[in-house]
Design a protein around this ligand. Structure first.
Ligand code: ZN
Length: 427
């Protein structure tokens, strides 16, 4: 472990001591920021400190004594908060204005895509996102499972990963498109349907999927609007298979009918949701389904098409904000997840800023990106809050994120599982 972490450390060129932290499971570190945001209450705890033993938070509060042997890290001007959780990433994609999605899927080799993904994982961690829900490799097979293992084994730095592997689309419903039907071309996800769908779900879980992603609607042809793909019965069978294996189900859905079927089938979260009506959001609220509006992806794609950010915003962008407003009115839990990969990894904060632009308070967004996402993804018992007993995933940001969400861009310290990846050396 020692040499592995040394290599990772040298590669990052950060002033940190992960080797020591990884070796000494009972090592003590006292973090002294200006204030603590615990991930839950919208109150900044001024003068609080956090004591980390090994990979867990041991104590949080004011006037913590400095134990003998503790390494002390002073973080003046910062707020210490839970490591952030990205709700919707694609570590195997890079921005579409660099290379269009079709070309990434069709022309980039698995090795090239995986090499890129390791870099994406590192910048994500350094941006303060210590966990990601990665929602499909988009043609890169099961490489997310391998990347997750490489991170866990300390071979490359990166966030904790919840992976969807290939994701599942209805046969004939996904891209890249435009080829002679007799020619087999690489697809961005695994095709399935009918009775086979349950086997597809189980095969992906068996190969390492932490969650199952289903596309409940998509464009059936170029230039078409999205329309439902799987029937409600198919979705229900897939959800039952996933849930019985202890996996959550994520539905890509932007149409009313696609969302309605996904909610009726029992999915756990819905991604995009642009056309969601008050009735659909009310059903989501009633069944406890979370909503990930992915505003940043819509914003990025509109800019790639020439929008300069000035008013009036394109309809596609406005729809995202309108859906968020309807979901909030219905009381649906909002996930923070930007579909990052459409835009640059490490720029995860972009979604948080747009959520504030969409009417949420900075405190609501700061809560969503920490305890909210943790709870929604079934991680709330160990991540997302700064409390004694929780895993030591912590970030320090300059300023006060509860007053200005853009503070989460100024990351002064990153600790994951008690290992310091970025920040000043303790004394
Ligand atoms: Zn996505």
């Amino acid at each position: 472990m020692r040499s592995v972490f040394r290599i990772a450390c040298a590669m990052l060129a950060v002033v940190a001591v992960p080797a020591a932290a990884a070796e000494k499971l009972d090592s003590l570190t006292l973090l002294r920021p200006d204030a603590v945001f615990d991930g839950e209450s919208a109150v900044l705890r001024k003068g609080w400190a956090v004591l980390v033993r090994g990979n867990r938070i041991e104590a949080v509060g004011p006037d913590l004594a400095v134990p003998a042997q503790a390494s002390v890290i002073d973080l003046p001007g910062t707020t210490l908060m839970p490591g952030m959780i990205e709700g919707h990433s694609h570590l195997f994609l890079h921005p579409y204005n660099e290379t269009p999605w079709d070309d990434q899927v069709l022309h980039e080799s698995l090795a090239l895509r995986t090499a890129r993904a390791t870099v994406h994982a590192r910048v994500t961690l350094m941006a303060g996102f210590t966990t990601v829900r990665d929602l499909g490799t988009e043609g890169a097979g099961y490489a997310d499972v391998g990347l997750k293992q490489a991170i866990e084994q300390g071979i490359v730095p990166g966030p904790r990963m919840l992976v969807a592997t290939r994701a599942i689309v209805a046969t004939g419903a996904y891209g890249p498109r435009g080829f002679e039907p007799g020619v087999a071309v690489p697809l961005g996800a695994e095709e399935s349907g009918g009775p086979e769908l349950v086997s597809t779900v189980r095969r992906q879980i068996g190969a390492g999927a932490d969650l199952v992603k289903l596309y409940a609607d998509y464009r059936w042809g170029p230039g078409e609007p999205s329309r439902p793909t799987f029937t409600e019965g198919e979705l229900k069978a897939a959800v039952d298979a996933a849930h019985s294996a202890g996996r959550q189900v994520v539905a890509h859905a932007s149409t009313v009918e696609g969302m309605r079927r996904a909610v009726a089938a029992g999915v756990d979260t819905i991604e995009h949701g642009d056309e969601g009506t008050p009735e659909v959001f009310a059903a989501m609220k009633a069944k406890g389904v979370g909503f990930c509006p992915t505003l940043a992806a819509g914003d990025a794609i509109a800019r790639y098409r020439g929008w300069n950010g000035a008013a009036p915003m394109p309809r596609s962008v406005q729809e995202g904000y309108d859906a968020l407003a309807r979901a909030r009115k219905a009381g649906v839990a909002i996930c923070m997840g930007g579909d990052v990969g459409v835009f640059a990894h490490g720029e995860n904060a972009r979604e948080a800023e747009l959520m504030v632009q969409g009417g949420m308070t900075p405190a609501e967004v700061a809560t969503a990106v920490t305890s909210g996402n943790a709870r929604m993804f079934g991680l709330g018992d160990r991540l997302g809050t700064v409390k004694a007993g929780m895993l030591a995933d912590l970030v320090a940001v300059e300023g006060n994120p509860l007053a200005d969400i853009s503070a989460i861009r100024k990351v002064a310290l990153v600790m994951k599982d008690g290992v310091l990846w970025k920040g000043p050396v303790g004394r």
